[in-house]
Design a protein around this ligand. Structure first.
Ligand code: AMO
Length: 470
């Protein structure tokens, strides 16, 4: 007999089915034993009656929570007073005729039938594969899948190609600290993990691919917060022959499409999304991570907005200049002259646009400098010597010199978007295997010391004395 998924049993009254799954709850009522059986699709009540099958009843005696079992039996309507309206399968139950234990389980170190907020992070992260059995987390992970699938289909239909870019790449200053990977073959040198695919996606525009996107993993060695993980996922987009308006329009349409098609219960407060300049945002609200919701108690209200017209540069502590967002951005066209002449630096505005949702920055992008001289001017304003510009960005300047088309793009913090859509307080709740607040993976016990042999091969000496277990 083929396996039936639990969700499908709701319509199968009177039929004999084979189910496989985990025992979520076991209730022993003397003669009758009840289980809630869980599979990826749902939950169903099983009844094991010794009068129906003495063998199944004997086997059921052994079964404990989270055992994996296989059961055969008949789908019966539940008695009127036992109907559970909160479950799609709450009007039926399975009368078990055969029960087989497929695997046992040790006692589970935490409750799985709650939403889990009450449980300490240590145990949830150490046993993340159990934590993910929780209904809430399973829903979040599946919601993430559906959003990503929707994005892929939407962008494909718009003529975009999904292209992977390297994870072993080069350290470039983009705002955060890099994760470094030592090279065995080139002793004493390091790859960096990408903080974003920024340079590669621009190089794909030089390559003439015109419409790129990627569900891209990014790595930033910064302090972890509720909305920040050391590795996170961007929806990364780049387009050629576009202006700010084109990028904004595409992204606004895509965000609206996701919400209306996948989350019809949600209400978008205002379309087109309101736009504020950075100056307005700071003057009115004191932040550029705007929360424009009229009713902050409504869990289904989404207040998107765009923040535009950011200053390109800000003063550093030592009196020089640094970029506020992205060194590869173009200034607003009317400020290009000042950039090239390195005049009125504090007044130069960038083409940068950020999209905020309910108090979080969920994305940002810009139109880029496709003229190498303009990009060079940015680095010169930041006080980089020619040699350093050449060493760090020579490849970009060179590439822009080979007929780079005008281009621009954006990246969404996908984890943040999925978090807000699911009314979660923290991006860890929508990532299958996140890091803890202090950047550790408690399940794998990572980071951990490397074996001396590995370090030797990599030509690395460490100062700390943590011993490898190998
Ligand atoms: P930016 O650095 O603004 O832009 O990143 C884009 C979006 O990524 C999200 N984000 C994060 N999410 C979780 N954890 C983090 N540590 C983290 N850091 C950033 C935010 C942010 O808005 N290359 C440019 C994009 C571009 O110009 O096209 C970039 O990476 O939601």
């Amino acid at each position: 007999m083929n396996r039936t998924l639990i969700i499908d049993t709701a319509g199968l009254e009177g039929q004999t089915v084979l189910l496989k799954g985990w025992v979520a709850v076991r209730r022993d009522h003397g003669k009758l034993i009840f289980f809630d059986l869980r599979d990826r699709s749902g939950l169903l009540q099983l009844v094991v009656n010794p009068k129906v099958s003495a063998e199944a009843h004997a086997a059921a005696q052994e079964v404990r929570n989270e055992f994996v079992i296989e059961v055969e039996g008949k789908i019966n309507p539940r008695m009127e007073n036992q109907i559970n309206e909160s479950l799609p399968t709450g009007k039926v139950e399975l009368e078990v005729t055969d029960l087989k234990i497929l695997n046992k389980s040790e006692p589970i170190p935490m409750a799985l039938d709650t939403d889990g907020y009450e449980i300490g992070e240590d145990v949830r992260m150490k046993y993340r594969y159990l934590d993910l059995r929780r209904d809430r987390l399973k829903k979040n992970i599946l919601s993430r899948h559906r959003i990503i699938k929707h994005i892929r289909d939407y962008l494909d239909a718009e003529g975009f190609a999904e292209i992977e870019t390297p994870i072993l790449t080069k350290s470039t200053p983009e705002g955060a600290r890099d994760y470094l990977v030592p090279s065995r073959l080139q002793p004493g040198t390091f790859y960096a993990l990408p903080q974003s695919p920024q340079q590669y996606k621009q190089l794909l525009m030089v390559a003439g691919l015109e419409k790129y996107f990627q569900i891209a993993r990014c790595f930033r060695d910064e302090d972890t917060r509720g909305d920040r993980q050391p590795e996170f996922t961007q929806l990364d987009i780049e387009m050629s022959f576009v202006e700010r308006e084109d990028v904004i329009e595409l992204n606004e349409k895509l965000l609206i499409d996701i919400v209306t098609k996948l989350y019809p219960e949600k209400k978008i407060q205002e379309t087109p999304f309101p736009r504020l300049s950075y100056k307005e945002a700071m003057e009115k609200y004191g932040t550029d991570r705007l929360d424009l919701r009229m009713d902050k108690n409504d869990p289904n209200l989404l207040a998107f907005c765009w923040v535009i017209d950011f200053p390109f540069f800000e003063k550093t502590e030592d009196g020089g200049w640094t970029f506020t967002h992205n060194p590869f951005s173009a200034p607003k066209p009317e400020h290009m002259k000042d950039l090239m002449e390195k005049k009125n630096i504090g007044e130069i505005l960038t083409t940068q646009y950020d999209v905020a949702l309910n108090g979080f920055e969920i994305g940002g992008g810009s139109i880029r400098n496709h003229n190498p001289e303009a990009l060079k001017a940015v680095f010169q304003i930041m006080g980089f010597e020619d040699e350093r510009i050449q060493a760090n960005f020579g490849h970009m300047l060179e590439a822009l010199g080979f007929g780079a088309p005008p281009h621009g793009g954006i990246a969404w913090g996908l984890d943040r978007f999925v978090t807000i859509i699911n009314n979660e307080p923290n991006i860890r709740e929508v990532i299958a295997f996140p890091k803890t607040g202090d950047g550790r993976d408690l399940m794998m016990d990572s980071p951990s010391p490397a074996a001396p042999k590995q370090l030797k091969e990599l030509h690395i000496k460490t100062e700390t004395t943590k011993e490898s277990k190998e």
